[in-house]
Write a new protein. Structure first.
Length: 160
């Protein structure tokens, strides 16, 4: 987990845009860390050092990502590649921006099957759906389906 966080931090440092998060949410990171800590045979002093290291790494990642998100919003763009918590943070701003605007609904929908658990999403039609478990099926606008496919989270469902 430490290596995953280190690589994520490096990706955020080395890119002007948001990198693809290796976790769906910060809560997932916390849960995974707590599980690993409970099974750890390391002495308490070393566990405390690791806890401090993970906390400071996560804070650095959050700060970098929030700066990028704010920059994208200030440029009139909607950030992609966000965690569940970041999505909840930007949702009010996106909603305000689209208030009164009658955007036409997506014309083409596809059915996808989720390969992993995934938090709730807001589609290009501004409809919130989810969260999803592995194996769930959902009818999504083509653009959203392609984004999830590129992330390796879902695949198009072709039926029987």
């Amino acid at each position: 987990m430490i290596e995953k966080l280190r690589l994520w931090l490096l990706a955020e440092i080395n890119s002007r845009v948001l990198s693809d998060p290796p976790f769906n949410s910060y809560a997932e990171i916390a849960e995974q860390y707590v599980k690993e800590l409970q099974n750890s045979p390391l002495p308490q002093s070393l566990q405390d050092q690791i806890k401090d290291h993970i906390s400071s790494t996560l804070l650095a990642i959050m700060e970098l990502r929030l700066r990028k998100i704010i920059w994208e919003l200030s440029q009139g763009r909607e950030p992609s590649r966000v965690t569940a918590e970041e999505e909840r943070l930007i949702r009010p701003i996106v909603k305000i921006r689209h208030a009164g605007v009658q955007k036409k609904r997506a014309q083409h929908y596809v059915v996808v099957q989720f390969l992993t658990s995934y938090p709730a999403i807001v589609t290009e039609d501004f409809v919130q759906i989810g969260p999803f478990s592995r194996g769930d099926l959902a009818k999504l606008p083509l653009r959203d389906a392609k984004d999830l496919e590129e992330r390796g989270v879902a695949r198009r469902f072709l039926g029987a």
